[in-house]
Each structure stands twice: as structure tokens, then as C-alpha cells.
Design a protein around this ligand. Structure first.
Ligand SMILES: Cc1cc2nc3c(=O)[nH]c(=O)nc-3n(C[C@H](O)[C@H](O)[C@H](O)COP(=O)(O)OP(=O)(O)OC[C@H]3O[C@@H](n4cnc5c(N)ncnc54)[C@H](O)[C@@H]3O)c2cc1C
Length: 510
């Protein structure tokens, strides 16, 4: 029995059904996918947006191969663009499009090759760590020492696993904008300062640079829903049953067999299972089993989905908007700006200049738009805002959402040659095609605790007290976590789903 049909629950279902087990997935919503879905959010408009998660890096190709998924990712030729103003003139940093071009872009912004060379060395180091750490994610958990031996690079270990990432960033880079671009990988979905001694920012950084052994973030062709649909099809083809509209409300277990009580629109039902895999959050798991829930993990991001009639022109005329928006477009993410935004939010205020990043899916993959929209040059925009923890929305979610959306878009407008509002498409009712989701919205719609996109703070990818062999074990022998809240969970990876399935297969082998 699998509680939750998010992408991880579906990965577990597909592996177990392919191994000949009898599998039933209970999903409380009327569709599968959890935070990995595509929807048409705008009335009468054929644009299927990846509503929540939008880029893929952490999904091992092994899972795609093992499950025979018909799912593809598209590489982005531009990695990022960061607009800036220097000496009163618009400029920016474009990373990607080949080595010579990137070197030149660094020189244009900073006046020398120094920052580019530091960049090459830094990402060379993280690339070597990625090659060594990524394959371990789908193996039993290594100990800390085993992982350290595997990394086999004392400097890299110290930089990424021991010292706050702010130390390395400040040692290695001099330019505030370059420092900020590096730091953002440590802050996506994580509310932290560069020097937080508890190192949540380092763990976030690690998960952002190890995916696929390269750290590349690619476009899911057809949108994130294409992945979920391929997983649901693989699970069903292998014989799994998927029951949507079924909410698990209680798990009773003696460690050998379990009883799951669930609710449907027609009433309550009970089912028995040898193993229960829980794709819902660790908080939800504790509520289901009657255990003490772990400390709440607050989310801190704003997600905005938009459809544009055309891409806006940039003030920095040296860069084509089609390139700038096809990579990650950083806004108000200078190093000092990020620190100020964090300090303001930690003090209970909305950041005065909210940092965010934007990317356009349809430039790499127009298949998510209906043919009419493609012909007319429509484009999608996805914005992910940082440093706005759930507590800031408590006083009035609707009012704070609106205020934050306005100030976030004003930061983008400062770098555009025309206001974004002029480029927004309208829906069948004449309303602008834009929707925003706060942490409280995500908690309500997706049951993400505190709106945390990873279910809980990301974990180190090695064994710690109580983490079990695969990082999915709980205090009940036959109840496992198979979602983002497991050790090595978080992100669209399928890793905890794979690992929970392996734990069940090992426990029942022979
Ligand atoms: C706005 C946003 C942007 C993100 N961007 C990215 C990105 O670009 N790339 C990336 O890699 N990651 C991203 N993430 C993170 C990533 O989406 C999640 O970590 C991942 O989807 C978690 O998958 P999951 O299957 O473990 O859990 P979920 O997707 O949370 O699925 C859990 C499922 O369990 C169901 N459920 C819960 N309780 C019950 C119950 N009692 N009974 C039955 N069903 C239940 C839920 O309805 C849900 O379908 C983003 C997340 C968000 C919210």
C-alpha cells in the first residue's frame, strides 16, 4: 500500500509492481503527481504549465531506464543570465553558450578573467564531487566516512560539507553579483543565510550541484506532468492499482501487517497490507501512525506562473531576451541583496527588494502550448521567489501575496525596456494570465508542511543516527517513507521512491 501518488509514490509503485508485488496507491486528490504536475491554470487558454516544480536534475537516468519511461529532458543552452547596472549603464552576466562566450561575458561584467577562472575552478570541484556522490543516492546509505573517502578530496569536503558555503564564496569570488549567482543554489527552497552554522544552505547547495553527476538543470519535455503521467502509466502497466480521491486517515501496524483506514467522498474504508510506503510528509506520517511529529519545516518561496504574448525587451541590449529567459534569469540576487532580504525576512518583514529567478520553459520546449499560441509567439514564464517564509503570510495570505507579487515584479521591471504587465496574455475572461502561490497556498493545496517544497529540511546524503539502511525506515518495521521527507529526498528525483521499493524488496527477498 502506498499513501500518496506523488512522483515518488509512483516510482515506488512501478518498481514494486514490476517485481511482482501487489500494489495499491491511495491518492487523496483527484489526480496523481503531487508537486510534479502540469495544469492549465488560465481559463480557456491551452497552456499546460508545470504548476509547481519545473526543472529536472536529480532524477537518475537509471530510474528512467529501469522503468522504461517514455519521458525526455531537454538541455538548456544558456545556464543563467543576471542583469545588473554598472556605472549607471545596464549590463549583465550571461553564463552558457560555450566556454569562449562565457569567459567574454565575465570579462565584460568584471573587467578581467579572474572571476571566470575562479568560477571554472569552483564548479570543476563541485563537478568532481557530483560524479562521486550522485551514484550513491540510489545505493544503501554510506556512512559519513565512506562518503568522504568516495569524495576523496579534502578541500572539496571541507568546502561543501563542513564550512558554511559563504566562506568559500567570499574567498573565491570578489564580484558581488557573481557571489550572488553562486549563492542562489544554496537558497532555493531553503531559508538560510550564507553563514548559517547549521549548514542547511550547504545541503541545499549540494543537492543543486550533484544532479545527474553534472548538476545540470534540464527542461522536462511536455512539462512536469509528462513525467508523472509516464510514471503512472509504468505503474499501471506493471499491475499497480491507483485509487485517486482516497485519503489515508490512519495507519495501524504491529510491525508485520498494517491496516490503513481511508476516506473517499462515499465514506470510509479499510485495507490491509504487508508494507505501507508513505509518500506524504513526515508530519502526515506521524499523524497517521499516532507518533510525535518532527519539528515543523517552514517553506519560504513564492511561485508565480505566467503566460506572455511576447517576451519583454531588456534594458541590456547586448543580450537577446530569447537567450536571457531560456536560462535561469536572476533578479535582485546579488550577494548583499540576498543577505539583506534574508535579514529583513528573519526580522518578520517582507524583503524590500524580493530576490527571485525566472525561466521560460516554452523557449526550449514549445509542446506545452497549443499550436495557435506557438504561432502567435506566446511564451510561458515561471518565477521562483526566495526568502519569504510562511510566517510572513499569517496576517493575511491574500493581501501579502498581492503585495509581494507587486514588489517582486517591480524588481524584474527595473531591468526591462517595457513593463512586464504589457506583455502578459489574458484569459478567456479578460484577466491577466498570472497566478502566485505562497507557502500557505502550498500547504493548503499540496499538504506541504509549512509550505516547505522538500517536505522538511534537506538531509546530508549519508547515514546518521536513526536513518536506517536506505534512509526511508521509520520506527515501525513495515512502514517506510517513500517521499521527499526521506533521507536523500527532496526535489523531483524519484530517489526516495526507488529506495523505499528496494528496502521492501530486500526485506521480502527469498
Ligand atoms: C513551487 C515548487 C517548485 C519546485 N521546483 C522544483 C524544481 O524545479 N525541481 C525539483 O527537482 N524540485 C522542485 N520542487 C520540489 C519537488 O517538487 C518536490 O520535492 C517533489 O515533487 C516531492 O515529491 P514527492 O512525490 O515526494 O511528494 P509530493 O509531490 O508532495 O506528493 C505527495 C502526494 O501525497 C498525497 N497525499 C498527502 N497526504 C495524503 C493522504 N493522507 N492520503 C493520500 N494521499 C496523500 C499528496 O496529495 C501528494 O499527491 C518544487 C516544489 C514546489 C512546491
Amino acid at each position: 500500500m502506498i499513501v500518496g501518488g506523488g512522483h515518488n509514490g509512483l516510482v515506488a509503485a512501478a518498481y514494486l509492481a514490476r517485481a511482482g508485488r501487489s500494489v495499491l496507491v491511495l491518492e487523496r486528490l483527484d489526480h496523481t503527481g503531487g508537486a510534479a504536475v502540469s495544469t492549465r491554470p488560465f481559463v480557456g487558454v491551452d497552456a499546460r504549465l508545470s504548476r509547481y516544480s519545473y526543472l529536472v536534475s536529480l532524477l537518475p537516468s537509471k530510474i528512467v531506464r529501469d522503468l522504461g519511461l517514455s519521458f525526455r529532458i531537454g538541455p538548456r543552452t544558456i545556464s543563467s543570465y543576471t542583469p545588473a547596472e554598472r556605472a549607471g549603464r545596464p549590463t549583465g552576466l550571461l553564463v552558457g553558450g560555450g566556454e569562449a562566450r562565457t569567459r567574454e561575458a565575465f570579462a565584460r561584467l568584471t573587467g578581467s578573467d579572474r572571476e571566470y577562472e575562479s568560477w571554472q575552478r569552483f564548479y570543476g570541484m563541485s563537478g568532481r564531487v557530483a560524479e562521486r556522490v550522485f551514484p550513491t543516492l540510489t545505493e544503501p546509505l554510506p556512512t559519513r566516512d565512506e562518503l568522504r573517502r568516495r569524495v576523496d578530496d579534502d578541500e572539496a569536503w571541507r568546502t561543501l560539507f563542513e564550512e558554511p558555503i559563504g566562506v568559500a564564496i567570499e574567498d573565491r569570488f570578489a564580484d558581488d553579483l557573481v557571489r550572488g549567482v553562486v549563492l542562489t543554489d544554496a537558497l532555493i527552497g531553503t531559508f538560510a543565510d550564507a553563514h548559517d552554522p547549521a549548514l542547511p544552505q550547504n545541503r541545499c547547495f549540494l543537492y543543486h550541484v550533484i544532479g545527474g553527476g553534472t548538476g545540470a538543470w534540464d527542461v522536462p519535455v511536455g512539462g512536469m506532468g509528462a513525467l508523472t503521467d509516464a510514471l503512472a502509466a509504468a505503474a499501471r502497466d506493471a499491475g499497480a492499482d491507483i485509487a485517486t480521491g482516497h485519503e489515508a486517515v490512519r495507519i495501524d501496524t504491529d510491525g508485520r501487517t498494517a491496516q490503513i483506514t481511508y476516506r473517499t467522498p462515499d465514506g470510509e474504508g479499510v485495507a490491509a497490507a504487508r508494507h505501507v510506503l508513505v509518500n506524504a510528509s513526515p508530519q502526515a506520517l506521524a499523524e497517521l501512525t499516532g507518533d510525535t511529529p518532527p519539528a515543523p519545516a517552514e517553506g519560504a518561496q513564492l511561485k508565480v506562473n505566467m503566460l506572455l504574448k511576447r517576451l519583454p525587451r531588456l534594458r541590456d541590449e547586448a543580450v537577446d531576451p530569447r537567450e536571457a529567459f531560456s536560462g535561469t534569469f536572476h533578479i535582485a540576487e546579488g550577494y548583499r541583496q540576498l543577505a539583506t532580504a534574508h535579514a529583513q525576512a528573519a526580522a518578520g518583514e517582507l524583503p524590500a527588494a524580493p530576490p527571485s529567478e525566472i525561466y521560460c520553459h516554452s523557449l526550449t520546449d514549445p509542446t506545452i502550448l497549443g499550436p495557435d499560441l506557438v504561432e502567435q509567439g506566446y511564451q510561458t514564464l515561471t518565477l521562483f521567489g526566495l526568502h519569504t517564509p510562511a510566517r510572513l503570510f499569517d496576517r493575511d495570505n491574500d493581501a501579502v501575496r498581492e503585495e509581494l507579487l507587486k514588489s517582486t515584479l517591480a524588481q524584474l521591471d527595473a531591468h526591462l525596456a517595457e513593463p512586464l504587465a504589457d506583455c502578459l496574455a489574458t484569459d478567456a475572461d479578460g484577466r491577466p494570465c498570472i497566478e502566485a502561490k505562497t507557502p500557505l497556498d502550498l500547504e493548503r493545496d499540496l499538504r506541504l508542511p509549512g509550505g516547505n517544497i522538500f517536505h522538511r529540511e534537506l538531509s546530508w546524503p549519508y547515514a546518521q543516527e536513526g536513518t536506517g539502511r536506505w534512509g526511508v525506515e521509520t520506527r515501525h518495521a513495515n512502514v517506510l517513507l517513500c517521499g521527499a521527507g526521506a533521507v536523500r529526498g527532496g526535489g523531483v528525483s524519484g530517489v526516495p521512491g526507488h529506495n523505499a521499493a528496494m528496502a521492501v524488496l530486500e526485506a521480502t527477498a527469498g
